[in-house]
Ligand binder design. Structure first.
Ligand code: GUN
Length: 291
């Protein structure tokens, strides 16, 4: 069994990005600039956005954080999006989700210029992914493909089961794994899937993204499989200062001994998501997706 170390891989990629930024700037190019919009005071969102801004600084990007109270109107937020769309200095930006209930996340996402949508959430970018055009791929699925590649996990011709069909992980993941690059035979399993245990046990590569702690047990995993755990549920813990700890979707202790490769939680998929956002921002800065 080999542990896939997302922390180490993300550090390697960050170093590669920092090197490329240095080169761009040394050659008189523009330093990539990411803006992040944060609405309200949700603890998780604040932590994520602060980590994204810090990561930008570390690789040499410019970053701008726009913080708004949760009583901001939808119209005011759409105006901020419009301003960022038209600001030539901003290469890419994100609006951190979730948004307060009185604001339509779909409307805000669709208002972002696809050329600056480094989250890859805009339907145009999702559509480009489906038809195999260059696009911004959303962070978690992109990070997972990087882990599989960098650990030389054989994917061609293999059965891949994606557990979960969310717009930001399961569905784009299933598309990526079926494309010519990865060449998997893909099954998307979800809450209505019959014989779920058997379906999962048929997977050479099992990607669990349902947000249900320790859902995947040893009897659901084939001997020699690769298991990617996307789950990050916070569960109460008396052993940590914060009072909680992260639990994955996989019962690690009993599943790991059966695996060829497995990602831990924390330290597996999690650290890759921010680095994927950095990769997308670099692509935006270089105008590599849209000319
Ligand atoms: N909320 C949780 N994950 C994400 C993400 O990747 N991007 C944005 N914008 N919001 C999120």
């Amino acid at each position: 069994m080999q542990l896939i170390d997302g922390k180490k891989t993300s550090q390697d990629i960050r170093a590669e990005i920092a090197e490329e930024v240095k080169e761009i700037v040394a050659n008189g190019g523009k330093r990539p600039h990411l803006a992040a919009v944060l609405v309200g005071n949700d603890g998780g969102s604040m932590t994520y956005v602060n980590a994204k801004v810090k990561a930008c600084k570390e690789v040499g990007f410019e970053s701008t954080l726009i913080k708004k109270e949760d009583n901001i109107t939808e119209e005011e937020l759409l105006q901020i999006v419009d301003d960022l769309n038209n600001d030539a200095d901003i290469d890419g930006f994100i609006v951190q989700l979730p948004l307060p209930k009185h604001i339509s996340e779909d409307k805000v996402t669709e208002a972002i210029d696809p050329k600056k949508d480094v989250d890859g959430f805009h339907p145009v970018n999702v559509g480009r992914l489906v038809v195999g055009l260059p696009t911004f791929v959303s962070a978690t699925p992109y990070g997972i493909t990087q882990l599989l590649k960098r650990y030389n996990v054989e994917t061609s011709g293999k059965n891949c089961v994606v557990l979960g069909r969310s717009n930001i992980v399961g569905r784009p993941m299933s598309i990526l794994m079926s494309q010519k690059d990865m060449n998997c035979t893909v099954t998307v399993a979800h809450s209505r899937t019959q014989n779920l245990k058997e379906v999962c046990a048929s997977a050479d590569i099992l990607i669990a993204a349902i947000g249900s702690p320790e859902f995947v047990t040893a009897d659901m995993v084939k001997e020699g499989a690769t298991v990617i755990d996307v789950g990050t549920t916070r569960v109460p813990s008396s052993e940590t200062k914060s009072g909680w700890r992260l639990k994955g979707d996989v019962k690690f202790e009993e599943v790991a001994p059966k695996c060829n490769f497995i990602t831990p939680v924390p330290g597996g998929v999690g650290p890759m998501t921010i680095v994927s956002l950095l990769s997308n921002t670099l692509l935006a800065g270089k105008k590599a997706i849209y000319k």
